[in-house]
Ligand binder design. Sequence first.
Ligand code: ZN
Ligand code: ZN
Length: 402
Amino acid sequence: MKAAVLYEKEDLRIESDFEEPAMGEADVLISPKHTGLCSTDRSLYRGYVPFKPPLILGHEIAGVVSEVGASVTDLAVGDHVIIPPVYPGCENESCGPCSEGLTNRCKRSVFIGHGVHGGNAELIAAPAKYVFRVDKSVPLDEVCIVPDAVSTPFHALKSRSVPPHILMKHIGVFKNTGMFKNKGDSGGHPEGHHWLNDKNVVVFGAGGVGGPAINLAAKYFQAKNVVAVDIFDKKLEYAKQLGATHLINTNTYFEENGIAIKELDGRERGKALSGLAKHISSHLAEDKFQVDVVVDCSGVSVTFPVAVETVSKNRTVIQVGWPPRPAPDFLNQKIMDKYLTINGTWACPMSEMEEIVTAVESKTVDLNLLVTNKDYKLDQFVEAIHDLEAGKITGRATIEII
Ligand SMILES: [Zn+2]
Ligand SMILES: [Zn+2]
Protein backbone atom coordinates (compact mmCIF):
# COMPACT_ATOMS: atom_id res chain seq x y z
CA MET A 1 0.00 0.00 0.00
CA LYS A 2 1.00 3.63 -0.36
CA ALA A 3 2.31 5.22 2.85
CA ALA A 4 4.41 8.12 4.15
CA VAL A 5 7.11 6.34 6.14
CA LEU A 6 9.71 7.88 8.44
CA TYR A 7 12.96 5.86 8.38
CA GLU A 8 15.07 8.16 10.48
CA LYS A 9 14.95 11.82 11.37
CA GLU A 10 14.28 13.92 8.28
CA ASP A 11 14.16 10.83 6.07
CA LEU A 12 10.52 10.50 5.13
CA ARG A 13 9.71 8.47 2.04
CA ILE A 14 6.50 7.99 0.14
CA GLU A 15 6.41 4.23 -0.37
CA SER A 16 4.15 2.52 -2.86
CA ASP A 17 4.20 -1.07 -1.61
CA PHE A 18 4.48 -0.90 2.18
CA GLU A 19 3.11 -3.92 4.02
CA GLU A 20 -0.64 -3.74 4.71
CA PRO A 21 -1.82 -3.94 8.34
CA ALA A 22 -3.14 -7.20 9.74
CA MET A 23 -6.54 -7.11 11.42
CA GLY A 24 -8.10 -9.20 14.19
CA GLU A 25 -11.73 -10.26 14.51
CA ALA A 26 -12.59 -7.33 16.79
CA ASP A 27 -10.91 -4.80 14.47
CA VAL A 28 -11.98 -2.75 11.53
CA LEU A 29 -9.85 -1.91 8.53
CA ILE A 30 -10.09 1.76 7.59
CA SER A 31 -9.09 3.66 4.46
CA PRO A 32 -7.87 7.00 5.79
CA LYS A 33 -9.07 9.81 3.49
CA HIS A 34 -7.62 12.81 5.33
CA THR A 35 -5.30 13.34 8.27
CA GLY A 36 -4.59 16.42 10.35
CA LEU A 37 -1.04 17.72 10.64
CA CYS A 38 0.08 18.08 14.27
CA SER A 39 3.26 19.63 15.62
CA THR A 40 4.00 16.18 17.10
CA ASP A 41 4.42 14.97 13.48
CA ARG A 42 6.95 17.72 13.06
CA SER A 43 8.75 16.76 16.31
CA LEU A 44 8.96 13.14 15.15
CA TYR A 45 10.17 14.16 11.69
CA ARG A 46 12.89 16.37 13.17
CA GLY A 47 13.93 13.67 15.62
CA TYR A 48 12.99 15.73 18.70
CA VAL A 49 10.92 12.78 19.89
CA PRO A 50 12.35 9.24 19.81
CA PHE A 51 10.59 6.62 17.70
CA LYS A 52 11.17 3.13 16.34
CA PRO A 53 11.54 3.14 12.54
CA PRO A 54 10.08 2.50 10.09
CA LEU A 55 7.05 4.49 11.20
CA ILE A 56 3.99 5.70 9.32
CA LEU A 57 3.10 9.09 10.80
CA GLY A 58 -0.38 10.57 11.24
CA HIS A 59 -2.51 10.41 14.39
CA GLU A 60 -5.48 12.57 13.36
CA ILE A 61 -7.37 10.28 11.04
CA ALA A 62 -10.73 10.36 9.30
CA GLY A 63 -11.59 7.60 6.88
CA VAL A 64 -14.04 5.05 5.58
CA VAL A 65 -14.45 1.54 6.96
CA SER A 66 -13.34 -0.91 4.25
CA GLU A 67 -13.60 -4.21 6.14
CA VAL A 68 -15.00 -5.36 9.50
CA GLY A 69 -13.77 -8.23 11.68
CA ALA A 70 -15.98 -11.27 12.32
CA SER A 71 -17.12 -10.14 15.79
CA VAL A 72 -17.80 -6.49 14.89
CA THR A 73 -21.49 -5.62 14.90
CA ASP A 74 -21.80 -1.86 15.35
CA LEU A 75 -19.73 -0.64 12.40
CA ALA A 76 -20.25 -1.40 8.72
CA VAL A 77 -18.30 -1.09 5.52
CA GLY A 78 -18.70 2.44 4.17
CA ASP A 79 -19.13 4.14 7.58
CA HIS A 80 -17.27 7.41 8.04
CA VAL A 81 -15.11 7.16 11.16
CA ILE A 82 -12.43 8.80 13.27
CA ILE A 83 -9.91 7.11 15.59
CA PRO A 84 -8.65 8.70 18.85
CA PRO A 85 -4.85 9.07 18.65
CA VAL A 86 -4.42 7.44 22.07
CA TYR A 87 -6.55 4.44 23.02
CA PRO A 88 -6.22 1.63 25.59
CA GLY A 89 -4.09 -1.36 24.77
CA CYS A 90 -4.67 -3.35 27.98
CA GLU A 91 -7.05 -6.29 28.21
CA ASN A 92 -10.67 -5.07 28.67
CA GLU A 93 -9.60 -1.75 30.21
CA SER A 94 -8.45 -3.58 33.30
CA CYS A 95 -5.24 -1.70 34.13
CA GLY A 96 -5.09 0.79 37.01
CA PRO A 97 -5.76 4.04 35.10
CA CYS A 98 -8.38 2.45 32.79
CA SER A 99 -10.32 1.03 35.73
CA GLU A 100 -10.45 4.57 37.15
CA GLY A 101 -11.91 5.78 33.86
CA LEU A 102 -8.68 7.26 32.59
CA THR A 103 -8.64 5.37 29.31
CA ASN A 104 -6.45 8.16 27.93
CA ARG A 105 -3.81 7.16 30.50
CA CYS A 106 -3.84 3.38 29.96
CA LYS A 107 -0.63 1.69 31.06
CA ARG A 108 -0.50 0.09 27.62
CA SER A 109 -1.69 3.11 25.67
CA VAL A 110 -1.57 2.73 21.92
CA PHE A 111 -0.32 5.96 20.34
CA ILE A 112 -1.13 5.93 16.64
CA GLY A 113 1.55 7.41 14.40
CA HIS A 114 4.12 7.20 17.16
CA GLY A 115 4.09 3.84 18.98
CA VAL A 116 2.30 2.05 16.11
CA HIS A 117 1.80 2.94 12.45
CA GLY A 118 -0.36 5.96 11.76
CA GLY A 119 -2.87 7.05 9.18
CA ASN A 120 -0.78 8.56 6.40
CA ALA A 121 -1.33 5.38 4.44
CA GLU A 122 -3.94 3.64 2.34
CA LEU A 123 -5.04 1.41 5.23
CA ILE A 124 -4.99 1.25 9.01
CA ALA A 125 -6.51 -1.30 11.40
CA ALA A 126 -7.94 -0.42 14.84
CA PRO A 127 -10.16 -2.07 17.49
CA ALA A 128 -13.78 -1.38 16.51
CA LYS A 129 -14.68 -0.34 20.08
CA TYR A 130 -12.29 2.61 19.81
CA VAL A 131 -13.43 3.72 16.37
CA PHE A 132 -16.15 6.39 16.32
CA ARG A 133 -18.69 6.76 13.54
CA VAL A 134 -19.36 10.31 12.30
CA ASP A 135 -22.33 11.43 10.24
CA LYS A 136 -21.55 11.68 6.53
CA SER A 137 -22.68 15.32 6.51
CA VAL A 138 -19.43 16.27 8.27
CA PRO A 139 -16.61 16.65 5.70
CA LEU A 140 -13.79 14.14 6.20
CA ASP A 141 -11.16 16.80 5.40
CA GLU A 142 -12.37 18.72 8.45
CA VAL A 143 -13.41 16.04 10.93
CA CYS A 144 -9.94 14.45 10.72
CA ILE A 145 -8.62 17.10 13.14
CA VAL A 146 -11.14 16.10 15.81
CA PRO A 147 -9.18 13.13 17.24
CA ASP A 148 -6.41 15.33 18.65
CA ALA A 149 -6.74 19.06 17.90
CA VAL A 150 -10.36 19.17 19.13
CA SER A 151 -10.58 16.30 21.61
CA THR A 152 -7.50 17.32 23.60
CA PRO A 153 -8.68 20.86 24.45
CA PHE A 154 -12.23 19.50 24.84
CA HIS A 155 -11.10 17.15 27.60
CA ALA A 156 -8.96 19.88 29.14
CA LEU A 157 -11.88 22.33 29.31
CA LYS A 158 -14.53 19.81 30.30
CA SER A 159 -12.70 17.78 32.91
CA ARG A 160 -9.51 19.59 33.90
CA SER A 161 -10.81 23.14 34.34
CA VAL A 162 -12.99 22.70 37.39
CA PRO A 163 -11.23 23.38 40.71
CA PRO A 164 -11.58 20.48 43.17
CA HIS A 165 -13.50 22.51 45.77
CA ILE A 166 -16.23 23.22 43.19
CA LEU A 167 -16.33 19.59 42.09
CA MET A 168 -16.49 18.38 45.68
CA LYS A 169 -19.24 20.79 46.54
CA HIS A 170 -21.16 19.70 43.48
CA ILE A 171 -20.83 15.99 44.10
CA GLY A 172 -21.10 16.38 47.84
CA VAL A 173 -17.92 14.55 48.76
CA PHE A 174 -17.38 16.73 51.84
CA LYS A 175 -21.00 17.63 52.45
CA ASN A 176 -21.10 16.31 55.99
CA THR A 177 -17.61 17.16 57.05
CA GLY A 178 -18.22 20.86 57.53
CA MET A 179 -15.34 21.68 55.23
CA PHE A 180 -17.59 22.96 52.50
CA LYS A 181 -20.86 24.38 53.74
CA ASN A 182 -23.78 23.85 51.43
CA LYS A 183 -25.35 27.27 50.93
CA GLY A 184 -28.13 25.89 48.80
CA ASP A 185 -26.66 26.65 45.44
CA SER A 186 -24.98 24.19 43.17
CA GLY A 187 -21.67 25.96 42.93
CA GLY A 188 -22.48 27.33 39.51
CA HIS A 189 -22.79 23.77 38.31
CA PRO A 190 -26.49 23.13 37.67
CA GLU A 191 -27.46 20.05 35.70
CA GLY A 192 -27.08 20.50 32.00
CA HIS A 193 -24.62 23.36 32.29
CA HIS A 194 -20.93 23.03 32.48
CA TRP A 195 -19.10 24.97 35.17
CA LEU A 196 -17.39 27.04 32.47
CA ASN A 197 -20.71 28.44 31.29
CA ASP A 198 -20.51 32.18 31.96
CA LYS A 199 -16.96 31.97 33.28
CA ASN A 200 -13.85 33.70 31.94
CA VAL A 201 -11.19 31.79 30.05
CA VAL A 202 -7.75 32.91 28.89
CA VAL A 203 -6.05 30.89 26.15
CA PHE A 204 -2.30 31.27 25.52
CA GLY A 205 -1.40 30.42 21.92
CA ALA A 206 -4.04 30.77 19.21
CA GLY A 207 -2.78 28.07 16.83
CA GLY A 208 -3.60 24.49 15.93
CA VAL A 209 -4.74 23.49 19.44
CA GLY A 210 -5.33 26.94 20.98
CA GLY A 211 -7.74 27.74 18.14
CA PRO A 212 -10.03 24.80 18.98
CA ALA A 213 -9.68 25.64 22.70
CA ILE A 214 -10.93 29.19 22.00
CA ASN A 215 -13.73 27.94 19.77
CA LEU A 216 -14.86 25.28 22.27
CA ALA A 217 -14.71 27.68 25.23
CA ALA A 218 -16.75 30.30 23.39
CA LYS A 219 -19.26 28.19 21.48
CA TYR A 220 -19.59 24.84 23.21
CA PHE A 221 -18.94 25.66 26.86
CA GLN A 222 -20.34 29.18 26.40
CA ALA A 223 -17.81 30.98 28.52
CA LYS A 224 -18.62 34.64 29.11
CA ASN A 225 -15.27 35.99 27.93
CA VAL A 226 -12.49 34.26 26.07
CA VAL A 227 -9.19 36.13 25.96
CA ALA A 228 -6.74 35.05 23.25
CA VAL A 229 -3.07 35.77 23.95
CA ASP A 230 -0.47 35.36 21.20
CA ILE A 231 2.55 37.09 19.67
CA PHE A 232 1.13 37.29 16.12
CA ASP A 233 -1.68 39.67 15.10
CA LYS A 234 -2.63 37.25 12.32
CA LYS A 235 -3.35 34.52 14.89
CA LEU A 236 -5.28 36.95 17.07
CA GLU A 237 -7.50 37.99 14.16
CA TYR A 238 -8.11 34.30 13.59
CA ALA A 239 -8.94 33.86 17.28
CA LYS A 240 -11.57 36.58 16.95
CA GLN A 241 -13.27 34.66 14.16
CA LEU A 242 -13.32 31.60 16.42
CA GLY A 243 -15.10 33.46 19.20
CA ALA A 244 -12.43 35.23 21.28
CA THR A 245 -13.85 38.34 22.92
CA HIS A 246 -10.51 39.94 23.82
CA LEU A 247 -7.17 39.85 21.99
CA ILE A 248 -3.77 40.51 23.49
CA ASN A 249 -0.49 40.62 21.58
CA THR A 250 2.23 40.21 24.21
CA ASN A 251 4.97 41.57 21.91
CA THR A 252 2.93 44.74 21.33
CA TYR A 253 2.40 45.05 25.09
CA PHE A 254 6.17 44.85 25.76
CA GLU A 255 6.96 47.27 22.91
CA GLU A 256 4.39 49.82 24.01
CA ASN A 257 5.73 49.70 27.55
CA GLY A 258 9.37 49.90 26.49
CA ILE A 259 10.18 46.48 27.95
CA ALA A 260 13.01 44.50 26.30
CA ILE A 261 11.92 41.22 27.87
CA LYS A 262 14.70 39.10 26.31
CA GLU A 263 17.35 41.29 27.92
CA LEU A 264 15.87 41.04 31.42
CA ASP A 265 16.47 38.40 34.02
CA GLY A 266 15.83 37.77 37.68
CA ARG A 267 13.64 40.26 39.51
CA GLU A 268 13.25 42.61 36.55
CA ARG A 269 11.98 39.86 34.32
CA GLY A 270 9.60 38.67 37.04
CA LYS A 271 8.25 42.20 37.40
CA ALA A 272 7.73 42.53 33.65
CA LEU A 273 5.85 39.20 33.48
CA SER A 274 3.69 40.21 36.46
CA GLY A 275 2.84 43.41 34.60
CA LEU A 276 1.84 41.43 31.55
CA ALA A 277 -0.33 39.13 33.68
CA LYS A 278 -2.08 42.15 35.22
CA HIS A 279 -2.63 43.56 31.75
CA ILE A 280 -4.25 40.30 30.62
CA SER A 281 -6.44 39.86 33.69
CA SER A 282 -7.48 43.53 33.82
CA HIS A 283 -9.55 42.91 30.69
CA LEU A 284 -11.96 40.97 32.88
CA ALA A 285 -11.70 43.13 35.99
CA GLU A 286 -15.43 43.67 36.46
CA ASP A 287 -15.95 40.08 37.60
CA LYS A 288 -15.44 38.67 41.05
CA PHE A 289 -13.26 35.88 39.74
CA GLN A 290 -11.66 37.64 36.83
CA VAL A 291 -9.81 34.72 35.28
CA ASP A 292 -11.38 31.34 36.01
CA VAL A 293 -9.13 29.24 33.79
CA VAL A 294 -5.90 29.78 31.90
CA VAL A 295 -5.39 27.21 29.16
CA ASP A 296 -1.76 27.19 28.01
CA CYS A 297 -1.63 25.93 24.42
CA SER A 298 1.46 27.93 23.49
CA GLY A 299 3.90 25.00 23.50
CA VAL A 300 6.59 27.14 25.12
CA SER A 301 7.53 27.21 28.78
CA VAL A 302 7.98 30.96 29.33
CA THR A 303 4.19 31.32 29.48
CA PHE A 304 3.80 29.19 32.61
CA PRO A 305 4.80 31.86 35.14
CA VAL A 306 2.52 34.32 33.33
CA ALA A 307 -0.33 31.79 33.49
CA VAL A 308 0.17 31.40 37.26
CA GLU A 309 0.16 35.18 37.69
CA THR A 310 -2.81 35.73 35.38
CA VAL A 311 -5.24 33.23 36.88
CA SER A 312 -7.39 34.39 39.80
CA LYS A 313 -7.19 32.93 43.28
CA ASN A 314 -8.77 29.50 43.81
CA ARG A 315 -8.82 28.80 40.10
CA THR A 316 -7.14 26.60 37.49
CA VAL A 317 -4.22 26.60 35.06
CA ILE A 318 -4.22 23.80 32.48
CA GLN A 319 -1.09 22.87 30.58
CA VAL A 320 -2.22 21.69 27.14
CA GLY A 321 0.65 22.52 24.76
CA TRP A 322 3.79 20.46 25.28
CA PRO A 323 6.66 22.73 26.40
CA PRO A 324 9.98 21.26 25.25
CA ARG A 325 11.78 22.64 28.30
CA PRO A 326 10.60 23.13 31.90
CA ALA A 327 9.49 26.58 33.01
CA PRO A 328 12.39 28.76 34.20
CA ASP A 329 10.78 29.59 37.54
CA PHE A 330 8.51 27.35 39.47
CA LEU A 331 6.28 29.63 41.44
CA ASN A 332 5.64 27.45 44.47
CA GLN A 333 4.68 30.27 46.78
CA LYS A 334 2.24 31.81 44.34
CA ILE A 335 0.63 28.46 43.58
CA MET A 336 0.17 27.91 47.32
CA ASP A 337 -0.86 31.44 48.22
CA LYS A 338 -3.40 31.65 45.39
CA TYR A 339 -4.78 28.17 46.23
CA LEU A 340 -4.38 27.24 42.59
CA THR A 341 -5.15 24.07 40.76
CA ILE A 342 -2.44 23.33 38.21
CA ASN A 343 -3.57 20.58 35.89
CA GLY A 344 -1.82 18.59 33.27
CA THR A 345 -3.89 16.96 30.60
CA TRP A 346 -3.33 14.26 28.04
CA ALA A 347 -5.42 13.33 24.99
CA CYS A 348 -9.03 12.41 25.76
CA PRO A 349 -10.73 9.47 27.50
CA MET A 350 -12.95 7.27 25.35
CA SER A 351 -15.97 8.25 27.49
CA GLU A 352 -15.90 11.83 26.14
CA MET A 353 -15.52 10.98 22.46
CA GLU A 354 -19.25 10.48 21.77
CA GLU A 355 -20.01 13.91 23.20
CA ILE A 356 -17.38 15.44 20.93
CA VAL A 357 -18.78 13.67 17.88
CA THR A 358 -22.26 14.96 18.74
CA ALA A 359 -20.90 18.50 19.13
CA VAL A 360 -19.21 18.27 15.75
CA GLU A 361 -22.29 16.82 14.03
CA SER A 362 -24.48 19.58 15.41
CA LYS A 363 -21.99 22.16 14.06
CA THR A 364 -21.33 23.57 17.55
CA VAL A 365 -17.64 23.36 16.68
CA ASP A 366 -16.58 25.51 13.70
CA LEU A 367 -14.47 22.86 11.96
CA ASN A 368 -14.61 24.85 8.72
CA LEU A 369 -12.74 27.68 10.47
CA LEU A 370 -10.38 25.45 12.46
CA VAL A 371 -9.05 23.80 9.29
CA THR A 372 -7.26 26.57 7.40
CA ASN A 373 -5.16 24.60 4.89
CA LYS A 374 -6.67 21.71 2.94
CA ASP A 375 -4.58 21.55 -0.21
CA TYR A 376 -1.78 19.18 0.79
CA LYS A 377 -1.60 15.75 -0.82
CA LEU A 378 0.24 12.83 0.81
CA ASP A 379 3.23 13.40 -1.52
CA GLN A 380 3.56 16.92 -0.04
CA PHE A 381 3.80 15.79 3.57
CA VAL A 382 7.32 17.14 4.12
CA GLU A 383 6.36 20.42 2.44
CA ALA A 384 3.44 20.69 4.88
CA ILE A 385 5.83 20.20 7.81
CA HIS A 386 8.09 22.95 6.44
CA ASP A 387 5.10 25.27 6.07
CA LEU A 388 4.07 24.50 9.66
CA GLU A 389 7.57 25.42 10.86
CA ALA A 390 7.58 28.59 8.77
CA GLY A 391 4.35 29.77 10.41
CA LYS A 392 2.39 29.55 7.14
CA ILE A 393 -0.41 27.51 8.71
CA THR A 394 -2.67 29.65 10.89
CA GLY A 395 -5.01 26.94 12.20
CA ARG A 396 -4.78 23.26 11.28
CA ALA A 397 -3.64 21.78 7.99
CA THR A 398 -5.09 18.55 6.64
CA ILE A 399 -3.52 16.09 4.23
CA GLU A 400 -5.42 14.26 1.50
CA ILE A 401 -4.37 10.63 1.56
CA ILE A 402 -5.77 9.20 -1.67
ZN1 ZN B 1 -1.16 15.65 17.91
ZN1 ZN C 1 -5.58 0.23 30.37
